[in-house]
Every structure is written in C-alpha cells, then in structure tokens.
Design a protein around this ligand. Structure first.
Ligand SMILES: C[S@@+](CC[C@H](N)C(=O)[O-])C[C@H]1O[C@@H](n2cnc3c(N)ncnc32)[C@H](O)[C@@H]1O
Length: 679
C-alpha cells in the first residue's frame, strides 16, 4: 500500500546560512565598517508605539503590487507598518492570492535533486546539469536535434536554446517548414517537448550572469583552498541576492520590479544599533558574500547595480533578511529561499489566520508558485496575518527569534493573552492530581504553579525544571548531530522524550513536541534507509551463505528471518507511536487546517497503511476486531494490528485529507485513500 520511500521527508535545515565569498576576506574592514557606519534612517515601525492607538490608513501604490487582488488592500498603521487587509469574506482553505516570486534559489543540498527554475523534483535521468557552471540542474532538456515543435503547419525551432549536451550555446530563432520525410511523430507531443526545454530557457536571462559568477567563484575558491576539500557553491541567500542585483541592473531602478523590491521594509537603523550581535554578523557575512560572488573587490563597485552607498548595501541585505520566505515542498520540507514583495506586505501573528504554501502549479511558467491561503474565517476589514516563525515554540523563544530577525515585539493573543485565557499548551503540564486540568510550566523566575482546574499545586517543580533544561539541551544536540550521527540523535530524542512525559508535560509542550517530531522523522528515515541492517534484512538475505554462517547456536535461518521481521515490525510500531504523539501535540498548538498538522496526520496515516512486516496470524476474527474499541495511543496495545490497524489508517487518512485543503500535499493522501476506494 505505502512504502517508506514516499514517507521520507527532508529534515529541516536552516536556509540563509551566510557563506562568505572566498575572494573577499570576512576580516576585510570595508564592508563591515560600511554597515556599522551606514547612516540611519527614521524607523517606520518601532515597537515603542504600543501605547498609541492603532490608526489605519489605506495606502495606494500606483502601479505597484498589481498582483494583489481587489479582495485585499494595503493599509498602514503606526504600530506595525503596512499590512494587507481583507475587503471581503474568506473561509478556511480559500486562496487569497498566488504569485511567482521575484527571485528564488535552491539551498545547496537541493541543487542536485530539484530543477533550479521550476523547483520540481527530479533525478539524474530527468534533470540535466548546466554545462557551464556544473552547479544548477534543469528539467531534462532534449538534444538540440530534437528541440522544436510543430505548430500551425510550421515547424518551429524553440529558441533561444542553450545546448546542454555540448559546451556550445545554441541560439536559434528561425522558423523552418518541416521538410519532406521529416518524422513528424517526433513532435507528436509538442507541449511536452516545449515544457522539457522551457525551464532552462526561462531561467537563462538570470542564470547567464549566475553561471559566470559561479564559475569564477569555484575558480577563486579552489585556488585559495589547499586542503583539497570540495568547494561548495554560495548559499541560497547569496545566490538570491546575486539574482536580485542582476535583475535590477537589467531592468533599472525605475522599473516596477525594482521599485517593489525597494519598497520592502529595511531595518537599517536597528542593525547599526545591534553592532556585534549575531544578527549584524549575518548581515556583514551576506554583504561580504554577495560582493565577492559578483566578482567585486569592494562595495563601491556595486554602482552599476543601483547600490550607490554603504547605506544602500545595508538596505539591500536588510530588506532581504526581513522579507525572505523559505520555499518548501508541498509537504513542507524546506527547499530554498525566495523574495515576493507583495506577500512580504503581510504582518506576523503567532496565531495566524493565513498561511503561505508552495503547491505544484498547472504550468511551470508560474513555478515556484507562492500561495496565501486562509486558515480561518476572515471578515472584511480584518488584517491578514501569517506566521514568520515556528509557532510551536514557547513564547520566550518566539519573541527572541522575532526580535533578532524582524526587530519587533509580538503582541498577538498567544504572546499577550488576556487575563483568564486558557493555559497555552506549548507551555503546559498535566495536573499533578490527574484531574484532567492543566498547569502552566514552571520557569526559573516563577516556579510556583497550580492546576487551573482543581487548584492542585505542583510540588516538585525543581524536577520539572531539570527535565525542561536537559530536554532543551538534548534537543539542540540531537538537531546538531541528526545528519552526522542519526543513531545518537534518535537515542537522545527517545530518552529525553520519556523523561519529559514522566515529568508531566503535555504532548504539545516544548521541548517535548520538538523532540517527538524529530524522533518521528529519524524513525521514518531509519525505516526507509536500505542500508540499515537492523531493519532491512529481507527474508532472502537471511538465507544467504554469509548470514547462514553467522547464525548462532540454537538458531536456524528461519528463526533469524523471523527475528529480522519482528525487528522491522517493532521499528514500524515505534515510528507509529512517535507519529501519533507528534500529531496529538501539533493538534494542541496549531489551528485546525494548518498544513503542518495535516502533513503530520498524513504521515501517520501512511505509516499505519504500510504492510506489516510480521502480520498477525490469519485466524483473527476480522469483525470482532474491527468492532472492539480502538486501543488508546498510550496503551501497550497501540498500534493495533491487522484489520484494526487498517481501519485506523483509513480514519487518519480521511482526517488528514480534510485538513489538507490546500496544495499538492493532498495528492499523496488521495493515492493512499484510493487503495480503500478500490476495495
Ligand atoms: C515582512 S515585513 C511586513 C510588512 C511591513 N509591516 C511593511 O510595512 O513593509 C516584516 C516587518 O513588519 C513589521 N511587523 C510585522 N508583523 C508585526 C507585528 N505583529 N507587530 C509589529 N511589527 C510587525 C516588522 O517591522 C517586521 O520586520
């Protein structure tokens, strides 16, 4: 029914990791000094305006942001700057608007598996590497001899074409009638042929400069490097910035495209105040990086790109960091970075009413496609709010992240709850008397806590604080080593998860939920990894001469095979248990319909639908089992086996399908559901 490969999702990785160009030293004073000395500008949205009444003014940007539909309007407030407001009623799942980003770049780890133009996934047979920079890949272009299409009684050579099978660049633009004897069936699928070449062709206007820059980058970096280590391309952030500058240079500062970019918010003045902080280091690295990437030796040489001063350079980088989105797969794994000024007008809330997704589109023309989708009912006049950060984090970490990157203090209902508001599940533990009520998690500053329902006081708060501290440390360590030492990471998530559950944390509380989500992803990777001898020994392999030799005393090849199947079954059951806890936790902290919730439910449904490696004996009474109550997730009978498990799989997949009202993520679930529909 389902296989593990389809479940394996890329683990989270940070985009925008600054990577300094090799040609410009990070210690060089020019760029860093320029940033710190850049004259400041009056700030539009400082968070000092909390006490001021929120005044809203509708703003018109003649000719700009034309992709924003009439159902939305731009308004400006003294407190939070500009944002988008609804002029109509939206219901959950409605598409507010869709845009193709101004620029986008894949992160380094995805350059070999995704098309750099449409961001579609491929493999070595469907993607072809650019022969110039040997870095980016495109949806398979056809051989130049095959490129063309038959249209309106004419054979058209699609052009300009860029040879992929040779070092030469082909540029054709002529039209030719098909000659006698031409094999027209070659062109029987003209659109397909066209779409096969269009990705590389469409990207060429920007990749032309990028290609040269990447070649120079590798040359300079290899010359500097004596350790023989592989030189990596610049980060997605630096490649994105490069693309912005080349496009600005091409279109000019007065073009709508450039004006929309320049219209995005910059936090230049806050940056110079932050001198020496991590944030200002990131900006310095990015500025250094882009200058070096463009093959320049000083910021002054940025003049042809419309960057006339150090202040302009700081604005460029600040606009980028404040307004960039992480492009994701339809199932929400990060792929790279993009800039879309119209969507960047939307303000943040930790309790958002809309979400940004990147579904696969009908046409590659518009990909990667960014869509803003309503998560809640939205009334006319209501502000559209998305979330900039991971809202499963507790308040302190959310505030820290928003302050560092976006320079504001969030005052949304989750960050500043009204008195008497329910306990936030991100920071909650069960009542010590088990009345079903919740207590706010103790903190170092305020360790006294009691059940909001029955008033029972949590006695051993020191033990809870210790568990929270080591849980957070373990999470950070597990995230660090997840790629280099997945076994260690898994062990940390399992052990500390248990400790936090014993301390009384609810599934949605931090860091328990983060550990559970990482544990689920590691267990799924373990299941799908063919190289894992613990779980992937097939029955045939068990009978191999080598394994037979290794069979210990008292064992037979058949008992070894049965043991291997049991191990596989246990690994699958472990993954199902972790995925169930992750789904429960996410449902506690994210609004219904949030794609992260839907994807977690789909992941669980798919795990439950996987053929069991060691299925139960066939003498099970199917009806009895189906009618018996479902075992609760924390009981030893969970997950159920056989038909009961399939029944649960169906229920969870239907639930996921209902929640995944947006994007292509639905397709994966529909495939699974089809198995049941077909009987
Ligand atoms: C992506 S921009 C959003 C549009 C922005 N308000 C503007 O005028 O261009 C992000 C910036 O908007 C401001 N912002 C967004 N959400 C906010 C909020 N909830 N409270 C205060 N400021 C906010 C912050 O200055 C933040 O760095």
């Amino acid at each position: 029914m389902s296989d593990f490969k389809t479940l394996k999702s890329g683990r989270k990785q940070r985009s925008f990791v600054p990577q300094t160009a090799q040609t410009v030293s990070a210690d060089s004073p020019t760029v860093a000094d320029a940033i710190m000395e850049a004259p400041t500008e009056p700030q539009r949205t400082e968070d000092t305006a909390a006490s001021q009444a929120k005044t809203l003014e509708t703003v018109s940007y003649e000719g700009l942001f034309s992709v924003i539909p009439q159902s939305l309007e731009i308004k400006e407030s003294t407190e939070t700057g500009r944002s988008l407001y609804s002029t109509t009623i939206f219901k959950p799942g409605d598409i507010l608007f869709s845009v193709k980003p101004h620029v986008a770049a894949l992160s380094i780890s995805h350059l070999d598996r995704y098309c750099s133009s449409c961001f579609g996934e491929g493999d070595s047979s469907s993607l072809k590497r650019c022969t110039g920079c040997k870095t980016v890949m495109y949806c398979s272009p056809v051989s130049p001899a095959f490129i063309g299409y038959y249209h309106d009684h004419r054979f058209e050579i699609a052009g300009p074409l860029f040879g992929v099978f040779s070092e030469h660049v082909y540029q054709f633009s002529e039209r030719t009638d098909p000659g006698q004897g031409d094999s027209l069936n070659l062109w029987s699928k003209p659109n397909l042929l066209w779409s096969m070449i269009e990705c590389q062709q469409r990207d060429w206007s920007l990749h032309k400069n990028e290609c040269t820059a990447l070649q120079q980058w590798f040359k300079a970096a290899s010359a500097e490097r004596s350790d023989g280590q592989e030189v990596r391309p610049p980060s997605d952030a630096i490649r994105c910035l490069g693309r912005i500058l080349w496009k600005r240079q091409k279109l000019g500062a007065s073009h709508t495209w450039s004006k929309e970019f320049d219209n995005m918010q910059s936090h230049r003045s806050s940056l110079s105040k932050d001198a020496g902080s991590f944030n200002s280091e990131v900006h310095t690295h990015l500025a250094h990086g882009v200058v070096g990437y463009l093959g320049l030796t000083s910021p002054e040489q940025l003049e042809p790109y419309g960057i006339h001063s150090a202040a302009d350079l700081v604005d460029l980088v600040s606009r980028f960091t404040t307004n960039t989105f992480t492009v994701t797969t339809p199932t929400l794994s990060p792929l790279g970075a993009c800039v879309a000024p119209s969507v960047a007008l939307i303000n943040h809330s930790c309790d958002p009413n809309a979400v940004i997704v990147f579904p696969r589109a009908e046409s590659k023309d518009v990909e990667p496609l960014l869509q803003v989708i309503a998560l809640k009912h939205i009334q006319p006049g209501e502000e559209i709010l998305t979330s900039y950060i991971d809202t499963t984090l507790p308040r302190e970490l959310r505030q820290q992240s928003l302050k560092e990157t976006y320079h504001f203090t969030c005052r949304c209902p989750v960050c500043a709850p009204v008195p008497g508001a329910p306990v936030d599940m991100r920071e909650a533990m069960w009542c010590p008397k088990k009345c079903g009520g919740l207590c706010v998690l103790p903190t170092e500053q305020d360790s006294f806590t009691r059940c909001a329902k029955c008033g029972a006081v949590v006695k051993d708060t020191d033990a809870v604080l210790d568990a929270l501290r080591i849980g957070q440390e373990a999470l950070e360590k597990a995230e660090r080593v997840q790629d280099s030492d997945p076994k260690k990471a898994l062990q940390l998530t399992e052990n500390l998860g248990q400790i936090l559950i014993s301390a009384g944390l609810v599934p949605g509380a931090h860091p328990l939920l983060a550990l559970t989500r990482l544990q689920t992803s590691l267990l799924i990777s373990k299941l799908s990894s063919a190289a894992d001898p613990d779980v992937d020994m097939e029955v045939e392999e068990v009978f191999s001469p080598q394994v037979q030799q290794d069979v210990g005393a008292g064992q037979t090849p058949a008992s070894v095979a049965a043991e291997a199947q049991k191990e596989k079954q246990n690994a699958l059951d472990d993954a199902i248990r972790a995925a169930t806890r992750a789904k429960t936790g996410l449902s506690q902290v994210l609004v219904y319909g949030h794609p992260v919730r839907g994807v977690a439910a789909a992941e669980l449904g798919k795990l439950l639908a996987v053929d069991e490696p060691a299925p139960p004996q066939p003498n099970l009474d199917v009806n009895d089992n189906l009618n018996a109550p479902m075992p609760p997730p924390n009981s030893p009978a969970y997950p159920p086996r056989g038909p009961k498990r399939l029944k649960l799989a169906l229920e969870v997949l239907v639930e996921a399908w209902k929640e995944l009202v947006v994007g292509d993520a639905i397709v994966g679930v529909e495939k699974e559901l089809g198995v049941w529909r077909e009987g």
